[in-house]
Design a protein around this ligand. Structure first.
Ligand SMILES: Nc1ncnc2c1ncn2[C@@H]1O[C@H](COP(=O)(O)OP(=O)(O)O)[C@@H](O)[C@H]1O
Ligand SMILES: N[C@@H](CCOP(=O)(O)O)C(=O)O
Length: 293
């Protein structure tokens, strides 16, 4: 039996739409066991316990690439990453399926081949890159192929993760975006994205707070998250460096280097939104991994 572990991810980090992503210390683990026939899936919602399961679809894509077949498969999923909340659940599924297939067939693919296949399935590279390689990644497409470079992350950064009790599907959140932006907006985004990556690496709070602002997707997506303005203001009032929509939402993340700021923000939000889920997460350099059990 093979056991695969993949971290949650937060994409965009404000201005880095479809480019920036970071791996966080919350994990999805999936075990894969070849059986005589059929497909057995446990550990996820009944709606996903069938051939449409995204992990299974990615597993099949991996097999096809490797030109391999299995007689049957037993899969067990354990995850703390909520669905459709902007924490990269679909990327973890895709990376887990591909990694599982690769591990069963002697690691014939390298991580860059997995990155390519995963990007094809996810449609953009920013979640799958940190899910595979860990850390803070900057990705871009070149001639249809994904490329990425990895940055470090200052250890003391706390990602205050505020998970609303409703879903936002990535597909829907992409549909609300306009098709064009001005040169002025492009300049606004480029400078901030480049500066933000370095600021997160070295823990420069001043640049994080100035650079982590976005004109490209958050102004349009905040309509899908009614509490966005309130959470943004509260994060600032509590002393957080910044607050952004994680991936396509609905999760919002505030960044701070002070434990008491994180605790205060969570305590205040818990009073207003007791049904939300709150976590204090940290970046991880552990990308996807597999082991024989
Ligand atoms: N454990 C799981 N098993 C099967 N499919 C899953 C699982 N978790 C997530 N998914 C798939 O990922 C979709 C959510 O993806 P998406 O809308 O991109 O949100 P997210 O921000 O969580 O990645 C679900 O609707 C489902 O198709
Ligand atoms: N760049 C994508 C990221 C989607 O991330 P997810 O965690 O919501 O799947 C986007 O913003 O659409």
């Amino acid at each position: 039996m093979i056991k695969v572990q993949v971290p949650a991810t937060s994409a965009n980090l404000g201005p880095g739409y479809d480019c920036l992503g970071i791996a966080l210390d919350e994990y999805c683990t999936v075990s894969f066991e070849v059986i005589e026939e059929g497909l057995e899936i446990t550990g996820c919602e009944a709606a996903y316990c069938n051939e449409d399961n995204l992990i299974y679809q990615a597993f099949l894509k991996g097999l096809e690439y490797l030109n391999e077949k299995v007689s049957g498969l037993r899969m067990h999923v354990e995850t703390n990453i909520p669905y459709a909340r902007g924490m990269g659940s679909s990327a973890t599924c895709i990376v887990a399926g591909l990694t599982g297939a690769n591990a069963l067939f002697h690691h014939k693919m390298n991580k860059y081949e997995i990155f390519d296949l995963a990007t094809q399935m996810e449609g953009h590279p920013d979640n799958v890159a940190p899910a595979i390689f860990g850390g803070l990644t900057v990705s871009f497409m070149d001639q249809g192929k994904p490329n990425m470079i990895r940055y470090g992350v200052k250890k003391d950064l706390i990602f205050v993760t505020m998970i609303p009790d409703f879903e936002v599907s990535t597909k829907k959140a992409r549909e609300v975006l306009p098709n064009q932006m001005s040169y002025a907006q492009a300049v606004y985004q480029m400078g901030r994205t480049a500066a933000l990556a370095k600021a997160i690496e070295i823990g420069n709070g001043l640049i994080i707070s100035k650079a982590c602002n976005d004109q490209m997707q958050e102004p349009y997506r905040k309509k899908l998250i009614p509490a966005y303005d309130e959470v943004k203001t509260l994060s600032k009032d509590c002393g957080a460096l910044t607050m952004f929509i994680s991936g396509s939402g609905s999760t919002m993340m505030a960044l701070t280097q002070q434990e008491e700021v994180a605790d205060d923000l969570i305590a205040q939000l818990k009073q207003r939104y007791p049904s939300w889920d709150y976590r204090k997460l940290h970046a991880t350099y552990d990308g996807s991994s597999d082991e024989v059990m």
